[in-house]
Ligand binder design. Structure first.
Ligand SMILES: [Zn+2]
Ligand SMILES: [Zn+2]
Length: 154
């Protein structure tokens, strides 16, 4: 028997809520949309999407006992989960796409506080860059909406 080490794992700040992921992401990007800005109070976030089958909660059951959720009235098909103890938003589930998204900053860290599995999880683009709160001078492509599905801005 080999150990079942998940491909990626992460937790909220206080570690009362945790998750594991078994596949590479279907999307990983820095999102500059106004929903992400207003829901996180950050200028942009690192969103990482997976098929729901790749995602599992790993904190003690019943998982719901440590989780609050919020359904965005503008996107009622998208449920955002957060830790009841530290309040960190940790994942959201989109029932239209059957995908879970996590925020890259919640991924597990090594002794140097760097993300474990960064090469698997790292962003490939900046999306919804038209509503950015700051310019980013990196080498990743910039898009009006989703990567390769909208106008490229830079
Ligand atoms: Zn927490
Ligand atoms: Zn967004």
């Amino acid at each position: 028997m080999t150990d079942h080490v998940p491909l990626l794992q992460g937790s909220c700040f206080c570690q009362a809520v945790s998750y594991a992921i078994s596949t590479p992401p279907v999307l990983s990007a820095y999102c500059h949309c106004s929903n992400c800005q207003r829901l996180t109070s950050c200028p942009f976030i690192h969103t990482v999407h997976f098929d729901v089958s790749a995602f599992t909660w790993t904190h003690p059951e019943p998982h719901e006992s440590q989780l609050d959720f919020y359904d965005n009235p503008l996107k009622p098909y998208k449920r955002r989960f957060r830790c009841k103890t530290c309040g960190v938003g940790i994942a959201s589930y989109n029932s239209h796409t059957n995908r879970v998204s996590i925020w890259g900053a919640t991924l597990g860290r090594n002794e140097e506080r760097k993300i474990v599995g960064w090469d698997i999880a790292k962003p490939t683009a900046h999306i919804f860059y038209g509503t950015r709160m700051l310019d980013v001078n990196d080498s990743l492509s910039k898009w009006e909406g989703y990567e390769s599905k909208s106008e490229r801005l830079d």
